[in-house]
Design a protein around this ligand. Structure first.
Ligand SMILES: *Cc1c(COP(=O)(O)O)cnc(C)c1O
Length: 493
């Protein structure tokens, strides 16, 4: 076995040097190249300049010694694609570097099949029964303005089904509310910022200090910001979760997620492997056993989108600000929620945190510039019916329960993403029925403004002409789900 272990040591050193080399590069360079090197390409990958998709369930071994060393984790291995795979490894490497960018600490990443499985992977290891006192109650403290899926995972899967108490922070910008909820049974703090869709935001540094004081981790869902605008690990978070599905994979090719953590976490939990390298711990133990990790195809599709992250989020953020300003002045609009608007109550706080990475050293800005992402929401005057009429009249902006796309997409959260949590849950999350969530893409902003303008001005007309457009054709409608069933399921008027 020794020759394999020696070879593995050399290879581990080579990879560590490679990480260091990349860590010294600027954000865009890391995003473009990740940890894939020319040397690897020429030695192992037929010279391919793009990271290969390893469509294989498992790795073959040279002999039983190598197999034994690999399966006892004494040498780096990807052995089986549920645990690891070279394509996953390239995605994990780039995400670890980007979330850790500018920080004086090491990071690691475990890529998952979805944002939801990233959240589950990040939280569940901290909710394990304490063998010293197996009957002790368990709780976690988390903001209630969270993505609808997170609300369900916390409220139903954890709180109701497993008796793990979710202590909800209603006003996440009130640090005393956070602290009042913490006791000796609190396992972690969790916050989403900016939140989807409400744009809530909290003082990351202060909540990070609180987590440190109690030696519990602060987990932050930073999906909306992406590491191009905000890197919570630098401000005191221990673990970041990303729905890689969203802005990171703006093309919309598939579903994926990631957990990125600082190495050597200083926490009270009695689990050394977990604390040393949370990303590696997840990959090799809990996620090996639970199986929520990403497929190699999705890993490379996501990786490919991440290369242009910074310039895309700059453009899409600027477009969103234009759209938000337009909507703020529109007679049919009651309220616009976008952190980038100076009138937003949390604008000044967000301004301290949300900065386009490396804007101070690029040739375009040459100074730090604030960018606030491409997610916003607005309330239509006239209640739910008016909001639905506007929504139904959109012609360029897609109606879909999605965000983060290169194409503009809108949804009504009360009837979609946040439908299942009920009215009380929506009140807590701040989601009235006349709220439309809009994620502005990379189109020219004027075309998006024009689409919104014509949809809003439709409210001036008594007859629902545009709004009826999609409904008039009911007899032509067939469900998309199954082509086979479609003809028999054709709806009759
Ligand atoms: C979409 C989303 C998730 C869940 O991610 P999936 O990839 O859809 O599982 C989690 N958090 C936020 C903020 C999201 O927008």
């Amino acid at each position: 076995m020794n020759i394999y272990i020696k070879a593995a040591e050399r290879s581990a050193q080579w990879h560590a040097r490679q990480m260091q080399k990349m860590k010294a590069c600027k954000f865009d360079t890391i995003a473009v190249h990740g940890i894939y090197s020319m040397q690897e390409a020429l030695d192992f990958n037929q010279g391919s300049i793009i990271e290969p998709i390893y469509m294989s369930s498992s790795q073959g071994f040279r002999d039983s010694d190598e197999m034994e060393a690999a399966l006892s984790y004494q040498i780096p291995t990807w052995c089986y694609s549920r645990i690891g795979n070279p394509s996953m490894y390239y995605l994990e490497g780039v995400l670890a570097l980007l979330e850790g960018y500018g920080g004086d600490f090491e990071t690691s990443c475990c890529a998952t099949a979805s944002g939801m499985s990233a959240i589950m992977s990040a939280c569940d290891p901290f909710l394990a029964v304490d063998p010293e006192s197996p009957d002790a109650p368990v709780n976690f403290v988390a903001t209630c303005k969270v993505y609808g899926g997170t609300f369900q995972q916390f409220g139903i899967r954890k709180h109701n089904e497993r008796n793990i108490e979710w202590r909800k922070v209603v006003n996440s910008n009130d640090i005393e509310e956070w602290e009042a909820a913490i006791d000796e049974h609190t396992r972690f703090l969790y916050g989403e910022m900016p939140s989807n869709p409400g744009q809530s935001f909290f003082d990351l540094k202060k909540v990070g200090e609180l987590a440190k004081k109690y030696k519990i981790p602060l987990i932050v869902d930073s999906t909306v910001a992406t590491p191009a605008l905000l890197r919570p690990l630098q401000w005191g978070a221990d673990i970041v979760v990303q729905s890689v599905t969203k802005t990171l994979t703006s093309s919309g090719f598939g579903i994926s997620g990631a957990v990125i953590a600082k190495k050597n976490l200083d926490l009270k939990i009695d689990n050394d492997l977990l604390k040393q390298d949370f990303g590696m711990y997840l990959k090799t133990l809990p996620n090996r056993d639970n199986g929520p990790n990403i497929s190699p195809v999705n890993a490379i599709l996501s990786l490919n989108d991440i290369r242009t992250l910074r310039s895309k989020i700059d453009l899409m953020s600027r477009n969103t600000l234009q759209v938000a300003r337009f909507l703020s002045g529109h007679k049919h609009i009651e309220q616009v929620d976008y952190l980038g608007l100076e009138t937003h109550p949390l604008h000044d706080l967000a301004k301290q945190y949300m900065v386009l990475v490396d804007s101070d050293i690029d040739d375009l800005y040459n100074k730090p510039v604030n960018r606030y992402g491409h997610l916003m929401s607005f309330h239509v005057k006239g209640g739910a019916a008016a909001a639905r009429k506007v929504f139904d009249s959109l012609q360029r902006i897609w109606r879909a329960t999605d965000l983060g796309r290169i194409k503009s997409v809108a949804t009504i959260p009360a009837i979609s993403t946040h439908q299942q949590q009920g009215e009380e849950g929506r009140d807590l999350a701040g989601i009235p029925p006349n709220l439309i969530r809009l994620c502005v893409g990379a189109e020219h902003y004027q075309d998006i403004i024009d689409d919104l303008d014509q949809a809003l001005n439709g409210l001036d007309r008594r007859q629902p002409d545009q709004a009826g457009r999609n409904k008039n054709t009911a007899k032509e409608i067939a469900p998309y789900f199954s082509a086979g069933g479609a003809s028999s399921a054709r709806l009759q008027e």
